[in-house]
Design a binder for this molecule. Structure first.
Ligand code: ASP
Ligand code: MG
Length: 451
């Protein structure tokens, strides 16, 4: 059994839906369950329509209606899919009219409103699959066992879902049907529609895969999985074969094209593997995300960098060993609502990094009561994600590379998550360092270089 999740761009129009159907058709033997997002940017368009209704008293649904009706037509589904789609579009219109009249939009109503995107997309895709002789059934997630709390716009799934999902889906799968389930949305105990947060359909997919003990949760994107480096920077960047859940979470924070860390939580519980696949290159293996790697795996999975970072060096002006110094430093950052990325400390000093777009004058003034503060801008964080149990080897090779480049490393930290080693260099050097590190860890030496 596999769960296949397709995001908004994968089901953006009739052509893309045909392509998805093709990918699914080749995997029928694996008993797929489909999880879909809303078509294209429909979620954004629904939110915009809500604002228009609320603030301007206007009901504007033309583009949403056109997209879905055109797609029904282009897929040749007028006789099978049109009824349900038209009914949903009518309900949406009524809801927006209501909002435009009462001029009120609660979190509860907003979730109900955005749910139309996913409810429309699963019906169209299921109808299309049936039209090409793949027995499919569209399901709103609550009919597939999803139960959430009432935290509108960022609901958490209730534990009951773990039992409800297999109870709802296994009989369908056993009967040879392909369930096509709405991502992103759920329902609370009172029957109100909720949403799991933007991008939430990844979580819907991993939850189904984990609850069904499926072989794999496949998240279909438009890239060949997780790459060893940013391909715009490193020409020889290539897909990573396998990473751990922790490594993938770390990479997500650094902006890699992965799933949100929250989406991996159900899989971490059950050990269900996740695979990031490329819908433009469906036969490529993609990247597998698992609990632990085998011994043969190299020490490093990927190298990332983030530019435009500010480094703050804070040296205590009090007596050595004064307790409460770090507490005071962090409290001051919290008071200024500044979130810190990297930290390195010694007995009397602490260095921190922040994104450069903060105004730090007031912070500096407050901190100067207890410390001397130096602020240095134009820095970059280079991060090596990998098996930090092999940190000595990684550090030796990484810093050897920096020595060769004549680049001074300005601060180092090893993440508590045991999967990242980060260091600071000048902004202008970051590209060069990443390219050289990629060469060092991922590119086998050519014959001439070996001589
Ligand atoms: N359609 C929702 C969104 O755009 C959920 C998702 O795509 O995962 O956020
Ligand atoms: Mg979307």
């Amino acid at each position: 059994m596999i769960v296949m999740k397709f995001g908004g761009s994968s089901v953006a129009n009739a052509e893309r839906i045909r392509h998805v159907a093709d990918i699914v058709a080749r995997r029928i033997a694996e008993k797929p369950v489909l999880v879909l997002s809303a078509m294209g940017d429909t979620t954004d368009h629904l939110l915009e329509a809500a604002d228009k209704a609320l603030n301007e008293g206007l009901v504007v649904t033309d583009s949403i209606e056109k997209l879905h009706l055109d797609t029904v037509k282009e897929l040749g589904l007028e006789s099978t899919g049109l009824g349900e789609v038209t009914a949903l579009l009518k309900e949406l219109n009524t809801l927006l009219t209501g909002i435009s009249m009462i001029k009120e939009l609660t979190g509860k109503t907003r979730d109900y409103l955005v749910s139309f995107g996913e409810r429309l997309s699963v019906r169209i895709v299921a109808a299309y699959l049936n039209s090409i002789s793949i027995q499919a059934r569209a399901l709103d997630s609550w009919d597939a066992g999803f139960l959430s709390d009432s935290n509108f716009s960022s609901a958490e799934l209730e534990k009951d879902s773990w039992n409800l999902i297999p109870k709802a889906l296994l009989p369908l799968i056993g009967g040879g049907l392909v369930p096509v389930v709405t991502g992103f949305i759920a329902r609370d105990r009172q029957g109100n529609i909720t949403t799991l947060g933007r991008g939430g359909s990844d979580l819907s997919a991993t939850m189904i895969a984990s609850a069904l003990k499926a072989d794999e949760a496949q998240v279909w994107k438009d890239v060949d999985g997780i790459l060893t480096a940013d391909p715009r920077l490193v020409k020889k960047a290539r897909p990573v074969e396998t990473v751990t859940y922790e490594e993938a979470a770390e990479l997500a924070y650094f902006g890699a094209q992965v799933l949100h860390p929250r989406a991996m939580q159900p899989c971490i519980k059950t050990g269900t593997p996740v695979r990031v696949k490329n819908s433009y290159n469906p036969d490529a293996p993609g990247t597998r995300i698992v609990g632990s790697l085998d011994k043969k795996a190299g020490p490093v999975r990927a190298i990332t960098s983030r530019k435009n970072v500010t480094l703050v060096d804070i040296v205590s002006t009090r007596m050595v060993g004064q307790h409460g110094f770090l507490a005071e430093v962090f409290t001051t950052f919290a008071e200024h609502k500044l979130s810190v990325d990297m930290v390195a400390t010694s007995e009397v000093s602490v260095s921190l990094t922040l994104d450069a777009d903060h105004e730090l004058g007031a912070l500096k003034q407050d901190l100067s009561r207890i410390a001397s503060v130096e602020i240095r801008t134009g820095k970059a964080i280079v991060t090596i994600v990998g098996d930090v149990r092999r940190s000595s080897e990684i550090l030796q090779r990484a810093f050897g590379t920096c020595v060769l480049l004549g680049i001074q490393v300005q601060m180092i930290s090893q993440g508590a998550s045991k999967v990242n080693i980060s260091f600071i260099v000048d902004d202008t050097q970051a590209g060069e360092v990443v390219i050289a590190l990629h060469k060092c860890f991922f590119e086998p030496l050519s014959k001439e270089e070996r001589l």
